[in-house]
Design a protein around this ligand. Structure first.
Ligand code: THU
Length: 129
């Protein structure tokens, strides 16, 4: 399980969520192998399909800052059960993470479930072959 500092970073990130439509804030914290931590939140749009999820924000921030190797990801949601990442985010995880990378899913009460990328998206589409 991710340490509490990382979980707290994801919770802090969720406070920046721009969620006027869903009122469902998500925060994420992504640890790169070089030690950098990238946080993210969901950013919604009146054209709903343009919304960017919290974990994808963190991943895209990391990629745009040159990080390519990652240790772990934490995702926090104000949910009763540990939050479940959407299918689009799972596919983006497969693009950039090793299949055994641990993803800690965190509920509002800070209860957690840890799943690997492989468990989140088995038999995934990974390339054009
Ligand atoms: N959301 C995330 O940020 N991550 C997920 O994996 C699930 C969904 C956001 C998108 C939207 O802003 C709100 O939660 C409701 O779907």
């Amino acid at each position: 399980m991710a340490d509490t500092k990382l979980i707290d970073l994801a919770i802090e990130a969720s406070k920046n969520a721009y969620v006027p439509y869903s009122h469902f804030p998500i925060g994420a914290a992504l640890v790169a192998k070089d030690g950098r931590v990238f946080t993210g939140c969901n950013v919604e749009n009146a054209s709903f399909g343009l919304t960017n999820c919290g974990e994808r924000t963190a991943i895209f921030k990391a990629i745009s800052e040159g990080a390519r190797e990652f240790e772990e990801l934490v995702i926090f949601g104000k949910t009763e059960q540990p939050v479940s990442p959407c299918g689009a985010c799972r596919q983006v995880m497969v693009e950039f993470f090793e299949k055994d990378l641990p993803v800690t899913l965190v509920a509002e009460d800070k209860s957690t479930v840890v799943m690997t990328v492989q468990e989140l998206l088995p038999y995934s589409f990974t390339d054009l072959k």
